[in-house]
Design a binder for this molecule. Structure first.
Ligand code: PLP
Length: 455
């Protein structure tokens, strides 16, 4: 941390230059271009990054929840450097050592019976290709996905997405139907307990399957823990029930592990905490912390076998890019050497959960806290009894002011938060120092007074 602070220095000329090029020429994602003001970032290290104006931020959102091993991890940087010096790129139809090694290492931490990996450039195309595989093996077309979900920005992935980012992109892939997943705090099924939520959510899913026509459904795709749309941890038995329904109706179960895979909740894959095995596992982000774009699909042998003699109709120029894979192999070495999974489980149980429960008791605006490992949500409400959200669903502008005020207070105190609708998420790099984690939670605690004032 001391080193990080000393590296943050003021360079207002550089700040102005970066702003001018960005504002003049960079067209940003998901934004009205004239209404944004992107922060120029000068550098980063570990769990922190800094601007050109002398401010350092503790990165409590791991960028877009991808920076699992933090900024500028020396092992990942060295692996990319070394690979760049050896073979910077190679097309996917040829065999490559780091690509093969990473695929083997991923299959070794996946459940038994998953030996093959198809590499993509990120999460959306991982989901896109998983759906394509499911359609090819089942000969069916429809896919079921949750309303509260994000699966990416290609045509199929944005169609699978349940959240408002889909709306402007419709009609996309017309063969997607949405259903309600479990959400015990705001139960769509009026349930009183997690067990009842599981039972009713599964009844609803089965009815959806039957009414959509089981014989038309290729796949059900589920974020193991719904990420951006709420850190919704599935109640006991839900995922096992989904597995059972998929088996009963011959449907492929795709686990979207893009945000929660590779250690975010203290497991290689989050579903491993829920005693369930899907058919296809999609990943990206944490596989190499996003140092070079990489994603992929881990394929159950039963499905991979289908393509032994039938050609898979899909591919990407940069599939299994050696620079990305080298960073992925280094990620495995760091995780194993530094006990990252154990560390995340420990910090979640010992530091984050008790502190967030205390925060919930202290702030009338906090309705619920939930999560696992280093992946948590603080849900803000106007009234703890009615659970009315502090800002409405999909709020923008003045309606979103209470959460914007919390975010601003966090940033002023040196913490870069992740906020979405009426929630503040806690998702720091998995390598964050314990005292920084404690400090960041203290900052969020203090910033929540800004939310309390709206009650
Ligand atoms: C659960 C989930 N799936 C898929 C994606 C899409 O990944 P990408 O942006 O790498 O295409 C995301 C991105 O945030 C995600 O959180």
């Amino acid at each position: 941390m001391t080193d990080t602070l000393t590296r943050a220095r003021v360079d207002l000329a550089a700040d102005a230059r970066v702003r001018a090029d960005d504002r003049g020429h960079v067209f940003h994602s998901w934004s009205a271009q004239a209404l944004i003001d992107p922060l120029p970032v000068a550098g980063g290290e570990g769990a922190s990054f800094w601007d050109y104006a002398g401010n350092t931020y503790l990165d409590f959102s791991s960028q877009l929840v991808n920076l699992n091993l933090g900024h500028q991890h020396p092992d990942l940087v060295a692996a990319i450097r070394q690979q760049a010096g050896r073979l910077a790129t190679i097309q996917p139809a040829l065999a490559n050592d780091v690509r093969g090694e990473l695929a083997r290492r991923i299959s070794e931490v996946a459940p038994d019976g998953f030996t093959k990996v198809f590499f993509t450039n990120g999460g959306a195309d991982a989901n896109e290709n998983a759906v394509r595989m499911a359609r090819a093996v089942t000969g069916r077309r429809k896919v079921l996905a949750m309303y509260r979900s994000y699966h990416g920005n290609t045509t199929t992935a944005i169609s699978l997405t349940g959240d408002p980012r889909r709306w402007a992109n419709e009609p996309g892939d017309g063969s997607v139907a949405h259903f309600f997943g479990p959400y015990p705090y705001r139960s769509p099924f009026h349930s009183d307990s997690p067990e009842q939520e599981t039972q009713r959510a599964l009844e609803h899913l089965e009815q959806t399957i039957v009414l959509e026509g089981a014989q038309t459904i290729a796949a059900i795709i589920i974020e193991t823990i719904v990420g951006t749309n709420g850190v919704l941890v599935p109640p006991p038995g839900y995922l096992a029930g989904v597995r059972e329904l998929c088996d009963r109706y011959g449907i492929v179960y795709i686990a979207d592990e893009v945000m929660v895979g590779f250690g975010r909740v203290g497991e290689w894959f989050a579903f491993q905490a829920f005693d369930v095995v899907p058919d296809l596992i999609t990943f990206a982000k944490g596989v190499n912390s996003g140092y070079v774009p990489l994603g992929g699909v881990v394929i159950a042998d039963r499905i991979a076998g289908h393509f032994d003699t039938v050609s898979f109709q899909g591919g990407l120029t940069y599939s299994g890019h050696p620079l990305a894979c080298a960073a992925g192999v280094a990620t495995f070495e760091v995780f194993e050497r530094d006990g990252i999974l154990e560390r995340v489980r420990d910090l979640g149980v010992r530091v984050v959960e008790p502190r967030l429960r205390e925060i919930a008791r202290r702030h009338p605006s906090v309705g619920d806290v939930r999560g696992m490992g280093l992946f948590w949500a603080i849900e803000l409400v106007r009234d703890a009894e009615t659970r009315e959200p502090l800002v409405p669903f999909n709020a923008a502008g003045a309606d979103a002011a209470p959460v914007a005020a919390v975010a601003a207070a966090c940033k002023k105190a040196g913490v870069w938060p992740f906020t979405h609708f009426n929630r503040v998420h806690v998702a720091p790099p998995l390598v964050i120092e314990e005292d920084d984690l404690v400090r960041g939670l203290d900052v969020i605690d203090a910033a929540l007074h800004a939310a309390d004032e709206y009650l």
